[in-house]
Design a protein. Structure first.
Length: 126
């Protein structure tokens, strides 16, 4: 029996083809080699990171539902967390900024963010 589970790469390819954008063109717009994009679409490489997904969403002019789907599918493969779009614009901007900057953050910065969030959460509960 064939699997009906959608995968990130298959879905990205479906969206790209529906917009009639060639693989090489999208790869160029993303600033990645065409072979890397092909490998992502074929499931030979892990899904893109958050900022690359956001760039795909913009370039392919995807809907909010399609955006959500790509994030959900990427998180299944990478064990990443997903912030629901319904959380609001500021929440999404904050989550996107964290995802974008995460690879460059030092341990001290992460501790500061953790402390800030914990303190704000405590204040809300009071």
């Amino acid at each position: 029996m064939a699997s009906t589970t959608k995968k990130f790469g298959e879905t990205l390819r479906e969206y790209r083809k529906s917009k009639q954008i060639k693989l090489g063109r999208l790869a160029g717009m993303l600033g990645v080699p065409a072979s890397n994009l092909s490998d992502v679409e074929l499931g030979r490489r892990p899904p893109f990171n958050g900022s690359q997904i956001e760039r795909c969403v913009t370039l392919l002019e995807l809907t909010d539902a399609q955006h959500d789907e790509l994030l959900q599918l990427a998180s299944k493969r990478t064990d990443a967390w997903v912030l629901p779009v319904r959380a609001g614009t500021l929440s999404m901007e904050t989550g996107a900024a964290l995802m974008r900057e995460w690879p460059n953050m030092t341990t001290d910065v992460m501790k500061q963010i953790n402390d800030l969030v914990r303190d704000a959460s405590k204040k809300q509960k009071e």
